[in-house]
Design a protein. Sequence first.
Length: 291
Amino acid sequence: MPAPDFVVAGHFVRDVVPGGWELGGTVTFAAVQAHRLGERVGVVTRTAGDLGLDARMAFAQIIDAGSPVTTSFQNTYREGHRKQRVVTRGAPLRPEDVPDDWRAAPIVLVGPVLGEAPADFAAAFSDASLVGVSAQGWLRELDAEGNVRKADWTGAPFWRGADVLFVSDEDLGVDDGRATGVLERWCAEVRIVVMTRSRHGARVCEGGAWGAIEAFPEDEVDPTGAGDTFATAFLIRLHETGDLAEAARFGGAAASVSVGGVGAAAMPERAEIERRMAEHPEVVLRTSSQS
């Protein structure tokens, strides 16, 4: 079987919901979105083999290195805010879990949900790969009751080897003055930094210069996975065109379509993304001097 075009690494998550569970985690949303954009998808993960991935993710090549338990979250919502409690936590990934012939994949997204990838994981891939890293999983910790909360990262740079670093304003804590210093460091050390801002669109830094793009209009039904959708579509379009502004529009349009439905089933096809972009030519990436 040919090696994948798009590799995503992280834990699949069993999200406990009323009446059962749903498949979650960055790898779920990114894999589905990449598949719908025509990519051959590979996933590197660790589970206990109890998620039925052969049926649920039949389109993807999956390297499951195994774990005594599968990562499981219990999610509750109050006044529009999500609270997460970790029920079980799977074994960490290792760079050696990545097959040798996957290390030069054209596009890579490292997307841990709770620090399951070591800080040097992105560096396992070839310099020729376009490597994206989602910061969320490194900016979380657990309290004594197992509830997920924001945390500063004090370890080795998890962005080493990344071409694009993705973070949300919620993960970073935009009301914390320390966020400015963190972003400045990332912009100095990573080629492109993208901070998604939910209904306010995204900010993008390249070469120390910031730009911003507004969110495409949409009646939000379910925001789950929108950031992963944005990151996946952004990376794919950046690889296709090399155009940062085009990638930002494409990622933003994909995310807007996805929040109009529920879960991974709402991940859009390419034609839906292009239609949304055509409907809103005014939504573009603007530099600070244009804002």
